[in-house]
Design a protein around this ligand. Sequence first.
Ligand SMILES: Cc1cc2nc3c(=O)[nH]c(=O)nc-3n(C[C@H](O)[C@H](O)[C@H](O)COP(=O)(O)O)c2cc1C
Ligand code: SF4
Length: 503
Amino acid sequence: MQKTGARREEILHLLEELGGVTADNVREVARRTKVSEAEIWGSGTFYTLLKGGPRVRVCNGLSCRIRGSDELVAQLRAQGKEVEEVSCLGQCDRAPAALDENLKVFDKSRGPRGVTPANPGLAVNLAGEPDYTLAALDKARAMAPADIFRLLEESGLQGRGGAGFPAHIKWKGVSTQKETERYVVCNADEAEPATFKDRETMLRRPDKIIEGMAIAAHAVGAGECHFYIRGEFRAEYEAVKAALKRMEARLNFVSWYFHQGHGAYICGEETALLESMEGKRGMPRLKPPFPHEFGFRGKPTLINNVETLACVPWIFHNGGPAFKALGRTEAGSKLYCISGHVNQPGVYELPLGATLDELVAVAGGYEGTPKAFSPGGASSGFLPISKSSTPLDFKNLAKEGSMLGSAGVVVLNDTVDMAKAAQWQLEFFEVESCGQCAPCRIGSRYLHRQTTKYLKTGDPGALKHAGDIGWEMEEGSICGLGMVAAKPLESAMKYWPQEFARR
Ligand SMILES: Cc1cc2nc3c(=O)[nH]c(=O)nc-3n(C[C@H](O)[C@H](O)[C@H](O)COP(=O)(O)O)c2cc1C
Ligand code: SF4
């Protein structure tokens, strides 16, 4: 029997170690942590990976749906396999993606096919061999924090996790807090359907991520670095841990910790991620206060995406202006993920502001006759192919009522029914809503149900309240999930009204 004295923060980890949420396991975790069984049930049942029991996981994200995930599910069930359909596996380039009972990629013969970089001049993140010299960190440690923030400002680096927030402002924000117990967190949750760029960075250049985190810790005065990685990414987790091991003798000016997620998309939202790190249900916090003031354990915390941190060493080696010059309409190069109806799905590094046509050209060309694209994950809705020369950046896509988000681009050709595509995306939001705000919980369920009804009956009356519900969700939701969940339906109805007429 294990000793008692485990911390509350360890609840989820202990449940996973014991094999998931069962009555016996909950009792044992309660004994070890002195937290009530009710609270442990409450936290544990939020996460799909803690359900226990072996099963094949099949992704039903947009790219997998258009590549036949429904058929794969039926086929596996016919073979007598236990199958769980999940919202995203971060493997859209292998669509339809599936993981076996041990979370290993089900069929390795499919993809990943397209791999960056096409242009060595843009070799910021994925190219080259790992470099364990920590030369960029040495430079950073010889600099005062104010000079580091100035360098980041000159580089124009914007966060690559979705919002495009300027990195230097966030870093400075943490460093100017009175509280000296500070944290750096790398967000490697990457669960937005269509997105798998962080996966490739972790596999190919984990050295850059670790070095970026160490530089950040020095700049903001943090004593601990935490790496939160989605639970399904086992090989990626090992790659990052191995890179840390190679360098750890020179990185012991901070302490390093790893947290594996337990299967909840919403934990990519930064405050939900912090809750999850604290062993709780991954429910986003009300903001303000923002994590730079009140983050992990209530202390100032810098949270950055994998790609954001991986850009940092290059900036120290080459200078801020050089990084800025890599971009076209905005600063730097960008890792774009592309999947759906293209010949070579994959991750490609291009200047920030490249267009869809350019991206598809390096990804082997369109498959069939292109009709629509979703430029930045499920949250970005759909744009018609007539917008394919819009720069894929934060500013220009926002002008089109869409967003770059995590740069998970999906192309749909003319075989896809846009009402059906909207229904798939709405199902995703309904399943992944954490449920704490009524507009998001009820609205995402309602929109999904009504779109399904429309597809069954062909009566457009089923969708007559969609606009009002979408507005309420945007106005009344705590976090970005609820705010944008109506976008796929709204954009599909706007650009393809004929596909929402009476059938
Ligand atoms: C619903 C939702 C899901 C998110 N998922 C992720 C994610 O998987 N990875 C990520 O880095 N950021 C994600 N974000 C953005 C984070 O909240 C946060 O802005 C980001 O980690 C900050 O890093 P950056 O400044 O380097 O972009 C998500 C946001 C929302 C609203
Ligand atoms: S908007 Fe949705 S996902 Fe976000 S906090 Fe509210 S209920 Fe949870």
